[in-house]
Design a protein around this ligand. Structure first.
Ligand SMILES: Nc1ncnc2c1ncn2[C@@H]1O[C@H](COP(=O)(O)OP(=O)(O)OP(=O)(O)O)[C@@H](O)[C@H]1O
Ligand SMILES: [Mg+2]
Length: 315
């Protein structure tokens, strides 16, 4: 029987309040500053991932909780508009929907996070029935899902036993410990997609060559290394593929890494060659990097290649 979904994930459900301008540094002492602009948008690594995956034609289900509030309703609306199935999202009146306040200037940002619904998924929510409904399980905010984190290796093990492939984007560890149950989960993931800094901090290595070798020794078959403006590199035991990112004008790069993950899987779950999967991933990352927030710019399947073809012709 064909599973209902191509991909399932867990929602770190939150909204992002993105504040931009030349001077967005708050000053205590009751100083009021005027900023350039703001955007209120759905955030959350797995939520942004889910929207991008659905826009690329994958059948996507997400498991999570939101508060019974306007931010929760915004998240549900954005997921549905993008084509994500929200049947497994619970509205919990006891909960306040999570909020990330991102203060952005040039290529940098500072974020203040209220967790609330972000870490509200409980291990008991992840039933075998939910896992068996998909071909692939992706987890993209390992360190923020604090309740789920101790059980992630077990959840990945169960998913694999049920025949799912798996992927993991560690993202940043706000506690900067890096040595949690992540290590046990790595060997259970078919693809791991860290950025350069995360790869170094998780492996404890001081250069990327050693870091990649370290991941491979943990049993990771594919490492898709995200390198911001430089693009990305995909490592397997036999091959190395690279993606060169076109220059991006403007944007805040929020959600670029999560959309990259979805792009890679949109190729991989269609059995496309690895170099092509990386190319699609990189394009999704760039398209989102030049927009505001995690959703603006996310390409749909028919629009993949349009922007990059133009750029490659001009080179
Ligand atoms: N400023 C940029 N210019 C061009 N391409 C970019 C830029 N930022 C991101 N990208 C593209 O998006 C991909 C993923 O972005 P990045 O390397 O920032 O991942 P990340 O650090 O995991 O992001 P996130 O902050 O979303 O977690 C890159 O590999 C690249 O292809
Ligand atoms: Mg990331």
């Amino acid at each position: 029987m064909t599973p209902k979904y191509d991909v399932i994930t867990f929602g770190d459900m939150c909204v992002d309040l993105i504040v931009t301008g030349d001077d967005v540094t708050p000053q205590f002492g009751q100083v009021e500053k005027v900023v350039g602009n703001y955007t209120l948008e759905m955030g959350g690594s797995c939520c942004i991932f889910a929207c991008q995956a659905a826009k690329l034609g994958l059948r996507v289900g997400i498991l999570g909780r939101v508060g019974d509030d306007d931010f929760g309703r915004l998240i549900l609306r954005r997921l549905k508009e993008s084509g994500v199935d929200t049947q497994h999202v619970m509205v919990d009146p006891q909960l306040k929907t999570g909020l990330g306040i991102a203060l952005c200037r040039e290529n940098d940002r500072a974020i203040l996070t209220y967790l609330g619904s972000i870490c509200a998924v409980e291990p008991g929510d992840v039933t075998d029935e939910f896992l068996a409904s998909a071909r692939h399980l992706h987890h993209g905010s390992f360190f923020l899902h604090t309740r789920l984190q101790p059980q992630i290796p077990d959840i990945f093990r169960r998913a694999r036993a049920l025949g799912l492939s798996t992927s993991l984007d560690p993202n940043w560890d706000p506690a900067e410990q890096w040595n949690s149950t992540l290590l046990a989960a790595l060997s259970l993931a078919d693809v791991v997609m860290p950025n350069e800094q995360e790869a170094l901090l998780i492996s404890g290595c001081d250069n990327l060559g050693d870091a990649i070798a370290w991941f491979q020794r943990q049993g990771v078959a594919m490492v898709a290394l995200k390198q911001g403006t430089a693009g990305a590199t995909l490592y397997t035991a036999q091959t190395v593929h690279s993606f060169t990112a076109p220059p991006v004008v403007g944007g805040d790069s929020i959600g670029a890494g999560d959309s990259f993950d979805a792009g890679f899987l949109a190729g991989w779950l269609r059995d496309l060659p690895l170099a092509r999967c990386l190319d699609i991933a990189g394009q999704c990352g760039c398209a989102v990097a030049q927009g505001t927030g995690g959703l603006q710019g996310q390409p749909t399947w028919p629009t993949i290649d349009v922007f990059i073809d133009e750029w490659r012709k001009q080179r």
